[in-house]
Design a protein around this ligand. Structure first.
Ligand SMILES: C[S@@+](CC[C@H](N)C(=O)[O-])C[C@H]1O[C@@H](n2cnc3c(N)ncnc32)[C@H](O)[C@@H]1O
Length: 230
């Protein structure tokens, strides 16, 4: 198989690894699949420096997993939350949480060609993702879809980690050379691609409060990007 054939064969493979056992293990890992109230506050502190999500905003959590970002965002007043998650096992853990009962949960991907019509154009005020961009199979197509789903001047909030190759161990190791942003130890790659997809970058910075938590092993950073109309 040449590079292109190997890449096509890898579509959906990584997400397929979030089966029931993996989802349960992820959901039990503090700092990853669940956060303490103090850890949630740390995220809000770092986000509060760079972005304001207004009351009444319609927010999409892409790759919502076990619901960590939804749990953080529901602490903001009046947010209408939608969770998009391709792993049914991850989504089941999110949906089992009574405090997330108001979240509209949708099972699916964000970066496949047919996903453009998953939501109406200009449906959301904000699209957030935490620890998802490094695992996207097609980041450029994902960012184009996010642009399409956002209202004019809507914002993207990407939280990710400065992951290296060594973080992809065991059965995840084969994904490191299939996923374009898997081991991007630079904070430049994501804003560069977002800008190419029609976003204006408003902030790129390390999450100082989150990175000071004992449960944060790999430094986290945040990118804020606003939709411009082309
Ligand atoms: C490391 S988990 C992060 C989950 C959650 N955002 C969090 O902060 O804990 C990555 C999640 O992204 C999801 N994901 C991977 N590829 C995706 C895609 N193409 N579209 C939407 N979600 C995706 C996975 O199924 C998984 O639940």
């Amino acid at each position: 198989m040449d590079w292109h054939e190997r890449r096509v064969a890898a579509r959906r493979r990584a997400v397929g690894k979030y089966d029931a056992a993996e989802a349960e293990a992820y959901g039990k890992r503090q700092g990853l699949g669940w956060l303490t109230a103090e850890e949630e506050s740390a995220y809000l502190t770092d986000l509060g420096r760079v972005v304001r999500i207004a009351s009444g905003a319609s927010v999409l959590d892409v790759g919502a997993g076990t619901g960590v970002m939804c749990s953080i965002l529901r602490r903001l007043p009046g947010i209408e939350l939608t969770a998009l998650e391709p792993s049914t096992a991850m989504l089941a853990i999110l949906q089992a949480q009574s405090e997330l009962a108001n979240v509209r949960a949708i099972n699916g991907f964000c970066d496949e060609p047919q996903d453009q019509d998953r939501f109406a154009a200009a449906r959301f005020d904000a699209i957030v993702s935490r620890q998802v961009v490094n695992g996207l199979f097609d980041p450029l197509l994902a960012f184009r879809h996010w642009h399409h789903w956002l209202k004019p001047a809507g914002i993207v909030v990407v939280i990710d980690g400065l992951y290296g190759r060594d973080g992809w161990a065991g059965r995840w190791e084969e994904e490191v050379d299939a996923l374009p942003l898997s081991a991007s130890q630079s904070m430049a790659s994501t804003p560069y691609l977002l800008e190419a997809c029609g976003f204006r970058i408003e902030a790129v910075e390390r999450m100082a409060t989150v990175n000071a938590l004992p449960t944060t092993r790999t430094p986290r950073y945040v990118v804020i990007a606003r939709k411009t109309t082309r």
